[in-house]
Design a protein around this ligand. Sequence first.
Ligand code: ADP
Ligand code: TYD
Length: 204
Amino acid sequence: MLAGFVTFEGIDGSGKTTVSHLVLEKLRSRGHSVFLTSEPTSGWLGDLVRRGIQEDVNAITESFLFLADRSVHIGQIRSHLEKGELVLCDRYADSTFAYQGARLVGVLPDPIRFLQNASRGWLLSPDLTILLRVSPELGMNRIKGRPMKIRFEDLGLLRRVAANYDRLARSRRFAVLDGARSAQVVSEDAVSTIERRLARRGRT
Ligand code: ADP
Ligand code: TYD
């Protein structure tokens, strides 16, 4: 049985929600016990995040709202991991490092380091992070028809976010997949990446 904590990351429209659902179905059909969750959460702190963005709070406040939502979410993730399940999460800490890391430019020196420091000591580190890589133009094009949720739909910002993801993805925790392929192909690739990486982790 596969067990561990896998996060899906990427810019808006990279296909995280579509691919994570397909991965959930595929792994469940192979008999694995899988729990899929997402951030911002559906709890009251997630509502607060969405409210904060709507009210256009400043980038520091916004950052701490995302961190607060995550700090509660971690408790739920842990309880599933303790049952020996595989937990998939559509967006997690790297979203804060990439997005708020871009939003805080000019507000603080070295925003990504600031956000990583603010997470140190309590963050649950994923065993694997799958970055779905698409160009900001493709991401924007895919989401242009759908109703606005909370999204930072600005091409300039998404370019900075994409650059932050590329920087974060230098860590060995990441697997970078080409998200421009069909969702079926990307999800098959994600499933085999999860099987390979988590099996290797199980042996060490
Ligand atoms: P995200 O969660 O990363 O914002 P979504 O999964 O919501 O992305 O996908 C955004 C839009 O792009 C949706 O309309 C979805 O149907 C479409 N889409 C997702 N993945 C692909 C893909 N690999 N190829 C083409 N369209 C896709
Ligand atoms: P959502 O509507 O779920 O977008 P998507 O379907 O693209 O994932 O809203 C998530 C938005 O919030 C998205 O624009 C990214 C942003 N976000 C952050 O800026 N920081 C974070 O830590 C998280 C989790 C999300």
